[in-house]
Design a protein around this ligand. Structure first.
Ligand SMILES: [Zn+2]
Length: 66
């Protein structure tokens, strides 16, 4: 999956074996590359911690089916 598909801003490929891993990889990537996105994600997380996963997990499930 790309950063964009995960709610980020660039086309960098981020890969992981499991959902938990991709969450960690994505979190690290946005902290390093997109501090503004980190802030948006934090605010979203504060409002509803399940919001990001709800939106992104179905995309992960689709792309990891092969
Ligand atoms: Zn990115």
């Amino acid at each position: 999956m790309t950063c964009k598909q995960l709610g980020g801003k660039c086309d960098q490929q981020l890969s992981a074996e499991t959902w938990d891993q991709i969450v960690q990889v994505m979190t690290k990537h946005v902290i390093e590359k997109h501090p503004d996105v980190t802030k948006e994600m934090e605010e979203m997380h504060n409002e509803d911690p399940t919001n990001w996963a709800k939106e992104i997990k179905p995309r992960w499930d689709e792309t990891s089916e092969d």
